[in-house]
Design a protein around this ligand. Structure first.
Ligand code: ADP
Ligand code: MG
Length: 570
């Protein structure tokens, strides 16, 4: 480890040389209370910025052990420190100090969810933040003597001072962040024994400020959530004490109600609450079964050797739909494939919105059954399968269904959204179902049946470009460039951050090299990945250490793999 003096001399010497001279910075330095690590130096001012880490011993940082003694608390505290470091970097870094990214100091981008991240690590010995720095240059000439020194000795140390010493933080906010996440996780751990698949605390703010953003709607406009009495549930949480709200039981739940009354908003909040949220988000105590997966139609998607026979069979061409492949799925086949792929990797709760579903996969009513005989219709609609999924496999569903009362027959619970508030209308729906008895016939047989396990061929997962060079890159939230192909994630609703997208690409490559061997199923592969993530951490999967990775779930990893157009499965 080099001294502060040596770093200053080095910065003097690099100044005015060719940009490549900056490479000499790679290494580690003692600066005051800190250790500074320069892990990677950018090749030019416009390239990806350089990667730095700053570490402070706990003797100086002084975080009480109780704030990171459990896995949940540690993840929450690391998330909090990432956010503080980022705020301080935005406030303190001067920014523009020459060409390209000169002057930039930044940690990862993040959203409303608290995730396992690589941006910060806290242990009994130290706290460390990984961030990026745009080394200052005029054109391609290093401006290290003055600008570089200012960035390192003034800005970076000041940012660290404000965010990494417990005494310099607002302690009640640190505690609140950690305790909020712990309480939410506590509720999640209790859902199963309460026979619930989701919980929404009274007072939660579900709507978001805009269709694309994830921040909460302004408090003056949003109607806070309130449970109907009959669905009330409560949890005695470790920090906040009793939290009351609505529990959604296992089984089949319908969400009905008029247009614009908040049905999709409710379902989206449930979908995103497989993750914990930061205090102030409005969904801090909206908690969903971690094995919940949004299912939708996705016409045009690629499907590889997927067993969609529970939903589609006896197609006119005689095609075997227990091993269905296509480059360009229809609405119904894509939605059927999305269901069987989610089940394949362990989904326990399906979340389905009629807005984004294929009508012919959802329902076939009495009149249509009269006109088009079953022998002429390959599709068995979900209405005939959804109860079987619960009875045979314990897989529950929550469906937004304002358009078809036939579903009353298969629903265990019916919730009506009225002026953004839920009402329990289960009894009323039952009465109506009896009064106007549906004459539609059940289709598709008495059993959902088994689905096949698929084994990926590792050679079919190849991230090399035509030139032979490996290229894996997250392009926004919606696309992973994987070699010369793009994986389309635009219809995957439960990715909340780009940092997850980055990691998904690397995990798929890792799995092709180290996990899939032609004899390992997708399900086994995903289990292994989750195990490694817990035991060895995120960096097990990445080509180098960087601060901008966050954990995805196995469902989103599998979803990306399933959309890789070269994938081949036995
Ligand atoms: P639906 O699916 O029933 O047609 P949406 O969930 O799309 O309705 O909601 C319609 C509009 O109402 C959206 O713009 C949404 O932001 C807004 N909204 C939903 N829930 C609330 C709420 N609790 N308070 C205020 N506005 C809400
Ligand atoms: Mg809707």
């Amino acid at each position: 480890m080099k001294s502060e003096e040596e770093l200053k001399k080095l910065l003097n010497r690099i100044d005015g040389k060719g940009y490549g001279a900056y490479k000499k910075l790679k290494g580690s330095y003692e600066i005051g209370d800190y250790q500074l690590f320069v892990d990677h130096v950018q090749g030019d001012p416009y390239a990806s910025p350089s990667r730095f880490r700053i570490r402070l011993t706990q003797l100086k940082a002084g975080f009480p052990v109780e704030l990171f003694e459990t896995e949940t608390r540690k993840i929450a505290l690391e998330d909090y420190l990432t956010r503080r470091f980022s705020d301080e970097a935005k406030r303190i870094a001067k920014g523009n100090r020459g060409s390209g990214k000169s002057g930039m100091i930044a940690v990862t981008d993040f959203g409303q969810a608290v995730l396992r991240r690589t941006s910060c690590e806290i242990t009994g010995d130290y706290v460390e933040v990984t961030f990026v720095v745009g080394l200052p240059a005029g054109g391609r000439t290093p401006l290290s003597k003055i600008q570089g020194k200012e960035m390192i000795f003034d800005e970076i140390t000041k940012i660290a001072e404000n965010s990494l010493y417990f005494d310099n933080l607002e302690k009640d906010k640190v505690r609140k962040h950690v305790e909020t996440v712990e309480d939410a996780e506590f509720i999640r751990s209790k859902l199963e024994e309460e026979n619930l698949v989701a919980f929404l605390a009274d007072g939660s703010i579900l709507p978001r400020e805009s269709g694309i953003g994830d921040k909460p709607m302004n408090e003056d406009d949003a109607v806070p959530f309130e449970s109907p009495e009959s669905l009330e549930a409560s949890f005695d949480t470790p920090n906040r004490g009793e939290i009351k709200g609505m529990g959604i039981p296992e089984g089949v739940t319908l969400i009905v109600g008029g247009g614009y009354h908040g049905k999709s908003t409710l379902l989206n909040a449930i979908a995103r609450s497989v993750y914990n949220h930061i205090p102030g988000d409005g969904r801090e105590f909206v908690v969903t079964d971690p094995d919940a997966v949004v299912i939708r139609a996705e016409d045009g998607r690629f499907v590889e050797n997927c067993d969609i026979s529970p939903f589609i069979s006896n197609v006119p061409s005689g095609l075997d739909t227990s091993g269905f492949s296509t480059e360009d799925a229809s609405g119904s086949t894509s939605q059927a494939a999305n269901i069987t792929e989610a089940l394949e990797v362990g989904a326990q709760l399906l979340l389905i919105d009629e807005d984004t579903s294929a009508t012919n996969l959802m329902i076939r009513d009495e009149r249509m059954q009269g006109l088009v005989a079953k022998e002429e219709e390959p599709i068995t609609p979900l209405i005939d399968r959804i109860g079987q999924l619960y009875e045979e496999r314990g897989v529950s569903s929550i469906l937004v269904m304002g358009g078809s009362g036939d579903y009353f027959d298969v629903a265990d619970n019916v919730i009506q959204m009225k002026n953004y508030l839920p009402k329990d209308v289960t009894d009323r729906a039952r009465e109506i179902a009896e009064k106007y008895e549906s004459k539609r016939k059940r289709e598709g047989g008495e059993e959902f049946g088994g689905t096949k396990d698929r084994k990926p061929v590792p050679e079919s997962i190849d991230p090399r470009k035509k030139s032979g060079k490996v290229k894996i890159k997250a392009r926004g939230m919606d696309t992973i460039q994987f070699g010369y192909r793009n994986i389309d994630l635009s219809k995957i609703h439960q990715i909340t951050e780009r940092s997850q997208v980055r990691l998904i690409g690397d995990i798929i490559f890792y799995a092709a090299k180290n996990i899939f061997d032609g004899d390992t199923t997708i399900e086994e592969g995903m289990e292994k990945i989750e195990g490694l993530m817990r035991e060895k951490g995120i960096h097990e999967f990445t080509p180098y250490k960087a601060g901008n990775y966050a954990s995805p779930r196995k469902y989103e990893i599998a979803a990306a793999l399933n959309r890789l157009r070269s994938l081949s499965c036995e």
